[in-house]
Structure formats: structure tokens, C-alpha cells
Design a protein around this ligand. Structure first.
Ligand code: SF4
Length: 317
């Protein structure tokens, strides 16, 4: 079981003075072993920050990450060392995250070199990892610039598997890939999960990906989860206007243009009062700009933070 609670923050300097922005706040999610959780939202919604906070790359001002009893919180590498053995993060742009001077062999076995105390046969481990992601051994001596987008994604998955983690966080795992290659990567992730039983946290703005590969989904807006539940339930009866708007923007009828969500996601520096979606919500009422909605359970384990979530769910279900 993976649990993540509360907030993480991003620092910034304005006119030379450090400021703190709560990029993610009040988030609590629990991910059962062997399951896939999708974090969905527009860019700027806090998905990537949350993913990075779970491996300690963004400091937590409060809250805790717990994986099978090992937990970490706060700052510094020390508390996160155990978590990083159990959690691997696949970055959105895998080539940019690779050291261009390292061969594939070194790249994918680097986590073993860092975390494994006993000696190991690097070449042998690397061959086995490549085999797991469907690449032949002749990739071992290649460099990142010699990889296609799909191959780089497979190498990133191989590196993530090196320590046999309990959780893999994949940030936009199909971004920038051709549709057929997207399907290959998603199938690879699914096959590996069947074989090894790890959990996934998939960060995506792509609702088709979320619908296809996740068991649970959390819809993020301005650093908060506004709707959570089993994926099938949320897609069948979306109960928050933001979720509905995301779905409408992605599922236009043939011959009709998709309707973009009106307005822009507000700045973290100027969070709206009341419901933070009210400035863009087509269903906003006077109460929405003054009172913050609490998460309502609209169905078993299906929650939405909207004053009218129960009525919306009843209308959709
Ligand atoms: Fe829209 Fe109001 Fe619900 Fe917020 S609380 S999502 S503004 S209807």
C-alpha cells in the first residue's frame, strides 16, 4: 500500500527574496499493491509536482509518504533513501533525463550501483533488463542520442525496473510518441505489471490513456484532488464540473470540434476564493465564490469536491 498525504511546495525567488508556493495541498491518496492509479489534469494542475514529491524530489512541508511500512517526510536525502529503493520515477522526457555520455548498459544499471551493496555482474543484469522491455542485447553499447522515442521510453522503463520497485511513477508515459508506439508502451507496462505485480502511478493529461490503463483515477486542479474514484465509476458518472469539462474537451462527437475548457488555470500566487474552479465553471453559483466545497462521497469510494456533486452524480448515474 502506498500512501501520500498533505502538501509539497515549490520555491521561487521574487526580487531576490525566497517565496513559498503550495503547489500541491491537502492531497491524500492510497494505492493498493498491483494496481494502477491515474493522476489526470491540465498542465499546471500539480500532477508532476505530486509525482516528484512522492520520491522526495520536491520537499514536503507536511505529510508523509509510506510504502509498506517504510515512510519518509520533510527534506534531505536521508529519509528518502529507503523510499527510493521501492519507487522509481520515469520522467516525461526520458532522453533529457539521461546522461548523454552514459551507455545504455550504465544507464539502466546505475540504480543497482547506487543502492545495491553486494557486487553484481553489470553486463548480465543489463542484458536481463533489456530483455524484460523487449530490446535486444545490441542496445547495451548505444548512447541516448542513438535511440528513437519508443526505444528511449523502453530504456527508461528498464532503468525503473532495475531495483524491482513496488511502485513506478510514469509521467506522461506516451507523450510525443506515435499512436502505434503509444500502444506498445502501454501494453509493455501492463505486461510487466502482470508479471511483477508492482503498482503504477500514471501521470497524464490524456483521458484515453487514463481510461485504458488505470484502476483508480484522481482528477487534479490547482494542486488539489477534486474528484477521485474507481476509473470506471468516474468515467461513467463524472460528478465534478471540471471532470465533465475535461471529458467534453476530449470526447467531441465526430464532425464536432472539441470544446476547450474556458479560461486559463489560475496562478498559484492568486488562488481563487471559495471553489477554486469557480472562475471557469459553467455551473458556478453565488455560493461557489465564497465557500470552499468539501469532498462529498457521491457513491462508495467515489468523491467529488463540489457543492452540487451529489446532484451531478445522480444526473449522470
Ligand atoms: Fe462549479 Fe460551484 Fe461545483 Fe465549484 S462548487 S465546481 S464552481 S458548481
Amino acid at each position: 500500500v502506498v500512501q501520500y498525504k498533505a502538501g509539497s511546495w515549490l520555491g521561487a525567488k521574487v526580487a531576490g527574496r525566497p517565496y513559498r508556493i503550495d503547489a500541491v495541498a491537502g492531497v491524500s491518496l492510497e494505492l493498493p499493491a498491483g494496481k494502477t492509479y491515474g493522476l489526470v489534469g491540465e498542465s499546471g494542475s500539480g500532477k508532476t509536482t505530486l509525482g516528484r514529491a512522492i520520491v522526495g524530489l520536491v520537499p514536503l512541508t507536511s505529510g508523509i509518504v509510506r510504502i509498506d511500512g517504510a515512510d519518509a517526510q520533510g527534506y534531505g536525502d536521508g529519509p528518502w533513501r529507503l523510499i527510493r529503493r521501492d519507487v522509481a520515477l520515469i520522467f516525461q522526457d526520458p532522453v533529457a533525463a539521461m546522461n548523454p555520455r552514459m551507455t545504455v548498459e550504465t544507464l539502466i544499471t546505475e540504480p543497482l550501483a547506487i543502492h545495491r551493496a553486494e557486487r553484481f555482474d553489470r553486463r548480465q543484469e543489463a542484458r536481463q533488463l533489456l530483455d524484460m522491455v523487449g530490446l535486444p542485447a545490441n542496445f547495451l553499447d548505444r548512447y541516448p542520442h542513438e535511440l528513437s522515442g519508443g526505444q528511449a521510453r523502453r530504456i527508461a522503463v528498464a532503468r525503473a525496473l532495475a531495483l524491482r520497485p513496488k511502485l513506478i511513477i510514469a509521467d506522461e508515459p506516451t507523450a510525443g510518441l506515435d499512436v502505434s508506439v503509444q500502444g506498445d508502451i502501454l501494453n509493455l507496462l501492463s505486461d510487466l505489471q502482470d508479471e511483477l505485480g508492482m503498482s503504477y502511478l500514471i501521470i497524464t493529461h490524456n483521458l484515453a490513456v487514463a481510461r485504458h490503463v488505470t484502476d483508480y483515477v484522481g482528477i487534479m486542479y490547482l494542486g488539489r484532488l477534486v474528484e477521485t474514484g474507481a476509473t470506471a465509476d468516474v468515467f461513467k458518472a463524472p460528478s465534478h464540473p471540471y471532470t465533465k469539462a475535461l471529458l467534453a474537451a476530449h470526447t467531441a462527437e465526430p464532425g464536432h470540434a472539441a470544446a476547450p475548457i474556458r479560461g486559463e488555470i489560475p496562478s498559484l500566487w492568486h488562488r481563487p476564493t471559495g471553489c477554486e474552479f469557480h472562475s471557469r465553471c459553467p455551473a458556478a453559483q453565488p455560493i461557489c465564490s465564497t465557500q470552499t466545497p468539501q469532498a462529498a462521497e457521491v457513491a462508495p469510494d467515489h468523491h467529488a469536491s463540489c457543492h452540487f456533486a451529489v446532484a451531478y452524480h445522480a444526473a449522470e448515474a
